[in-house]
Write a protein that binds this ligand. Structure first.
Ligand code: AMP
Ligand code: ZN
Length: 463
């Protein structure tokens, strides 16, 4: 199994710390708003990695946080707490906001057939542990108190810029606003571990601590939750590419300073889903969710199919016309699989041959697009009998999770097609040829080809 490790900047053979076991941490959503389909692309990528490891025989323990405190509107300690801003806007308490958007997130997560992580932990549940870590960093003089807040001194980190491709000066451009805003920092790149004095205007959630009443900085939760549930040595930690800096960079700095040794071996990052105007972002306001797609008549799994047909490390541009063509491809594939009658015995040699190809593709930095095209090869291969075809597809779907066997498209239903044929006949009789053509084209888009014969109209499923 090989995938791209952001830490070493190369595709690497994966070696777990313990045999056949993987500790895998995923940065969860900030629950101040709905998660958009860009966020969900990131979680589909994580789901594929987890299921690939499981397909290869690893037991995976997956942990995810829910950010319900401390994530400010700017990632570098700029602005106000996003949760607080949302609570004020919606006239609710922070906890009400957190519950509402957490539930909405997991509803969409499940619609995409993403497996629930073994442990899901809201940031606000482990405050005592963050205080313990921060106290330790203060004792070690790696953290300092300034202007009431506690900061991490990045000059004390052994290799602070290890994860990012940027150099220090470039990064400082990114945090320049911060430099102007926060005069308490010794180095412009230092980051907050605990807020007390600043960022306190309307802060609703705050806790007592040896450093004063306050709340943790954003990065602390992922170090704390990960170490608590996955131990001092972590196999894989992942997120979107925007998490590389500052979030994951700061997580590494504080975790390794606390633990006194290297913490995580593999860093896994997913590229963005963009719209025409660039990166999809919650803060842009109007956002597209999986549930919205569903209410527009789209099967969420057609969106998953669209994501899996592109590589997770390439940016993907979302448009409804792209989604429409994914829907067509997905429906055609489903119709084709549905038309296979399960007969024959398992042809083990062919099963092993194609299963090995599948493993080669997904183990090659998660090449899901090739894995999907392999299904088309199998469907076309006359040497493979129906039973073996279905068994292969059933197995591949443990990773792809596209309901390849169980899904039915509405148009695969015989009665539905016959009804449409009648409607078309009626339209032709009324000389409404535009409608008649539309009915034929709509069915064609779903992979159903109408055949006008002397005996009347029949149909075939496109192969
Ligand atoms: P947030 O809820 O903003 O903390 O984001 C949740 C996850 O979604 C993070 O890991 C981000 O890196 C990721 N993410 C945010 N925007 C996008 C996007 N447009 N495409 C893909 N992933 C994204
Ligand atoms: Zn995180």
């Amino acid at each position: 199994m090989r995938f791209y490790n952001t830490l070493t900047k190369q595709i690497e053979e994966f070696k777990s710390i313990k045999p056949n076991y993987v500790g895998f941490y995923t940065c969860g959503p900030t629950v101040y708003h709905y998660a958009h389909i860009g966020n969900m692309r990131n979680y589909i990528g994580h789901d594929i990695l987890e299921k690939t490891l499981e397909y290869l025989g690893y037991e995976v323990k997956r942990v995810m946080n829910i950010t319900d405190v401390g994530h400010l509107s700017g990632d570098s300690d700029i602005g106000e707490d996003k949760m607080v801003q949302s609570a004020i806007k919606e006239n609710k308490s922070v906890m009400e906001i957190a519950k509402f958007y957490t539930d909405a997130f997991f509803e969409d997560f499940k619609k995409l057939n993403c497996d629930m992580p073994d442990i899901i932990e809201p940031a606000t549940n482990l405050i005592d542990f963050y205080i313990e870590i921060i106290s330790d960093l203060l004792d070690k003089k790696i953290a300092y108190k300034s202007g009431g807040n506690i900061y991490f001194d990045i000059s004390k980190a052994s290799n602070y810029y290890a994860l990012t491709n940027h150099n220090q000066n470039e990064l400082l451009v990114g945090v320049r606003d911060d430099v102007e805003l926060d005069k308490n920092k010794k180095n412009p790149g230092d980051f907050v571990l605990w807020f007390t004095k600043s960022k306190f205007k309307d802060q609703e959630l705050k806790w007592d601590s040896p450093f004063g009443v306050g709340y943790p900085g954003w990065h602390m939760e992922c170090s704390g939750i990960s170490i608590k549930y996955l131990g001092e040595y972590l196999d894989i930690h992942g997120g979107g590419v925007d998490n590389i800096f500052p979030h994951h960079t700061n997580e590494i700095a504080q975790s390794e300073a606390y633990l006194g040794h290297k913490w995580c071996n593999y860093w896994f990052h997913n590229e963005f889903l963009n719209d025409e105007s660039g990166k999809m972002s919650k803060s842009k306001g109007k956002i597209l969710t999986v549930s919205t797609l569903e209410s527009l008549g789209y099967n969420p799994l057609a969106f998953r199919f669209m994501c899996l047909n592109s590589h997770y490390r390439k940016q993907l541009v979302f448009s409804f016309s792209n989604l429409d063509s994914s829907v067509n491809q997905y429906n055609k594939l489903i119709n084709k699989i549905n038309s296979i009658k399960d007969d024959g015995i398992l042809l083990e040699d062919l099963f092993d041959l194609y299963n090995k190809k599948f493993i080669d593709y997904i183990s090659d930095d998660l090449n899901t697009a090739n894995a999907i095209s392999l299904i088309y090869d199998i469907l076309k291969d006359d040497k493979v009998n129906n039973h073996t075809k279905l068994e292969l597809i059933k197995n591949f779907d443990k990773v792809l999770s596209l309901n390849l066997i169980t899904q039915t498209t509405k148009n695969e239903n015989h009665e539905y097609i016959m009804k449409k044929i009648e409607e078309r006949n009626e339209a032709k009789k009324n000389k409404n040829f535009e409608l008649a053509d539309k009915i034929r084209d709509d069915l064609k888009n779903d992979g159903i080809i109408l055949l006008d014969t002397r005996e009347g109209t029949t149909y075939k499923i496109e192969g």
